[in-house]
Design a protein around this ligand. Structure first.
Ligand code: ATP
Ligand code: MG
Length: 137
């Protein structure tokens, strides 16, 4: 069964919609096999998003991701990576389809409520970034 890393970003946690987001994943049949709330340091945010280190938004993105608590989860299911990205919607909420989490809950292209791994290799790396084998139930 495929696994993917999901993050409820600081904007969504501070808006008080983490329960709604978790509820959506459960209703979609994605099983939560690990979950915790953490506050990333700036250094941890930079390490997590290192693929974007040359992008103009890197400094702002890592400031945002370390600005408050996030909820990190491992979701499991058939085609979990692709299905999670469908449920999230486009990166920019202006382009996100009605009914997607980003359409419902994102503030802007940076503060866009949720993160989801984009491929099997990145899912593996991102899950290992936050969870040990024993934490995956
Ligand atoms: P994520 O990786 O968080 O699931 P994504 O794969 O849809 O999102 P990426 O291109 O990987 O988007 O960008 C990572 C994150 O960087 C985005 O989710 C968003 O928070 C931020 N970001 C992306 N593009 C921009 C931009 N043009 N301006 C500001 N922030 C951006
Ligand atoms: Mg991405």
């Amino acid at each position: 069964m495929e696994r993917t890393l999901s993050i409820i970003k600081p904007d969504a946690v501070s808006k008080g919609v983490m329960g709604k987001i978790i509820d959506r994943f459960e209703r979609e049949g994605l099983k939560i096999v690990a979950m915790k709330m953490v506050k990333l340091t700036k250094e941890e945010a930079k390490a997590f998003y290192s693929v974007h280190r040359d992008k103009p938004f890197f400094d702002s993105l890592t400031d945002f991701m370390s600005s408050g608590p996030v909820v990190v989860m491992v979701l499991e299911g058939e085609k979990a990576i692709e299905r999670n990205r469908e449920i999230m919607g486009a990166t920019n909420p202006k382009d996100a389809a009605p009914g997607t989490l980003r359409h419902q809950f994102a503030t802007d292209v940076e503060k866009n409520a949720v993160h989801g791994s984009d491929a099997p290799e990145t899912a593996q790396r991102e899950i290992a970034f936050f969870f040990s084998e024993q934490e995956l139930v």
